[in-house]
Design a binder for this molecule. Structure first.
Ligand code: 4AD
Ligand code: MG
Length: 463
């Protein structure tokens, strides 16, 4: 018999049909007159399916009455209309097959557990309601990302994970090597001889697919990447991971205004997908994780994002009369507290900040005529702060070369990147969306470690 998914059964309500479902027992209640209720969850949706297991089942005493939370079963039976208010249908079991019992020490007994504790059982936490909901929302977002770009004619390009360049020029890279770290080969000068490493040169895990993405944008027009990126920054915050996923579109013949327009459309599109496709999951998170979550997402899609320059934002922060831990001042980077003040208190909506000082921004951002600021943007949202970073790229060969030298990068390491400016250069722009920050926003979860299946942070790499 075909196995049905619980989500489909609730959608179709095939009352009277014989069906089979497989899943994990969430609870078992034994009624007085020799039958039991089983709540089964198969992960397809938040809701459990109620099964009525009658004492007449051949294995009722031997198996059914031993089913504890976490056990896995296959139930065959008839769909009946439910008496209870909670759900429209339930299953009257004709057969209950047990795949695996789950003893009483199963850590997820029916009570609420703290996220800190659940992080210590990362292999079992997907079986909780919250992590099921987060995982399904993450899935909806992934699919919506591809939908958005496909519907606008962007090509999906896979950029490499192992790379020989440092896109952000920040030196926060994990090295990739097969050299024996106890006795690495040395050059005559006593330095490590990377010519004898696996790739014949020094390599790392990528911090961003942007530079490789640009090479394809300069041939195919509009492209995007969606892949894992790695940062060896020692940031122990609720917003930083050492391994995270990033979506990076890159558009030829585009300026920063167009970039900002696409970023706003894109964010609204993927949030709308969650509002439409994950109503039960959102309801759960709104009730138990972040009150007002749904409304705040509806607000984001309802109106236009604010726009202002970095300079205007700093003026607002200076005049705000707020006591910040770090006072805002022109020339230093904005802290999360500043970003949150702007979006949550001052504007009460997302904002796209543009034209930051060049001194703390990446070498590839297009220099403005004032020679002090660059044509970049950060999209800031309530609760999170920065969710997107992007820019119009420096397309002028000489200016780019100078910016690289200022940043202490060796132009010969970026020859391919300079070639794009030498042969048929064109204005172009793009941005990077931190996928886990998006999942934080759409789930109301407070810690980025709880929106990626297996978080990697300084000092932590389980599994
Ligand atoms: O602002 P970032 O560093 O920009 C870039 O990497 C550009 N190359 C993007 C581009 O223009 N193609 O990173 C982009 C986004 C940030 O806005 C943030 O959402 C996320 O990536 N991000 C992180 N997310 C989780 N953990 C970290 N350690 C992150 N660092 C950046
Ligand atoms: Mg940034």
């Amino acid at each position: 018999m075909q196995i049905h998914r619980v989500q489909e059964l609730f959608k179709q309500s095939p009352v009277g049909q014989r069906i089979a479902v497989c899943g994990w027992v969430r609870t078992r209640r034994d009624a007085k007159n020799n039958f039991s209720f089983l709540e089964i969850n198969d992960g397809s949706c938040l809701k459990n399916l109620q099964v009525i297991a009658d004492g007449a089942l051949e294995n009722y005493e031997t198996d059914v009455k031993k089913l504890g939370t976490g056990s896995s079963v296959r139930v065959e039976g008839v769909v009946v209309a439910s008496q209870g208010k909670e759900q429209a249908i339930e299953i009257k079991a004709e057969r209950v097959h047990v795949y695996g019992f789950s003893p009483e020490d199963f850590p997820l007994q029916k009570k609420r557990h703290g996220f800190d504790y659940l992080r210590t059982i990362g292999h079992l936490r997907p079986r909780t309601n919250t992590f099921g909901a987060v995982t399904r929302i993450r899935h909806t977002l992934s699919m919506a990302v591809h939908d958005f770009f496909r519907s606008r004619g962007f090509f999906y390009v896979q950029t490499p994970i192992i790379t020989a360049n440092d896109c952000e020029g920040a030196g926060e890279m994990f090295q990739v090597t097969t050299l024996d770290l106890d006795k690495p080969p040395r050059t005559p000068e006593g330095k490590i001889d990377y010519a004898r490493d696996f790739f014949g040169r020094r390599t790392s895990l990528t911090v961003s697919g942007q530079l490789e993405g640009e090479t394809y944008a300069m041939a195919l027009g509009n492209i995007y990447t969606f892949g894992p990126t790695f940062r060896a920054e020692n940031s122990n915050t609720t917003r930083h991971l050492a391994e995270f996923w990033m979506i990076e579109p890159e558009m030829a013949f585009a300026d920063l205004d167009h970039n900002a327009f696409i970023a706003e459309e894109f964010l609204k599109h993927v949030i709308r997908a969650v509002l439409e496709q994950n109503q039960d999951d959102l309801h759960l998170l709104d009730s138990f994780v972040q009150k007002g979550l749904k409304e705040s997402l509806q607000n984001i899609v309802a109106g236009p994002f604010a726009r202002m320059t970095y300079t205007e934002a700093v003026e607002i922060l200076e005049k705000s009369g707020q006591k910040f831990e770090y006072p805002a001042k022109w020339g230093s980077s904005l802290q999360t507290e500043h970003e949150r003040y702007l979006t949550e208190v001052h504007l009460k909506r997302p904002v796209i900040l543009t034209d930051y000082p060049k001194d703390f921004t990446a070498f590839y951002m297009r220099l403005n005529d004032d020679k002090k600021t660059v044509r970049n943007m950060d999209v800031l949202v309530p609760q999170i702060g920065e969710i997107i970073g992007g820019s119009q790229r420096e397309e002028r060969y000489d200016v780019l070369l100078e910016r690289m030298q200022e940043a202490g990068l060796k132009p010969e390491d970026y020859a391919f990147y300079l070639d794009l400016r030498k042969y048929g250069t064109a204005p172009h722009a793009g941005f990077g969306l931190g996928f886990e920050r998006l999942v934080l926003l759409c789930t109301g979860m407070g810690n980025i470690r709880d929106v990626i299946p297996f978080p990697r942070t300084p000092g932590h790499c389980e599994f």
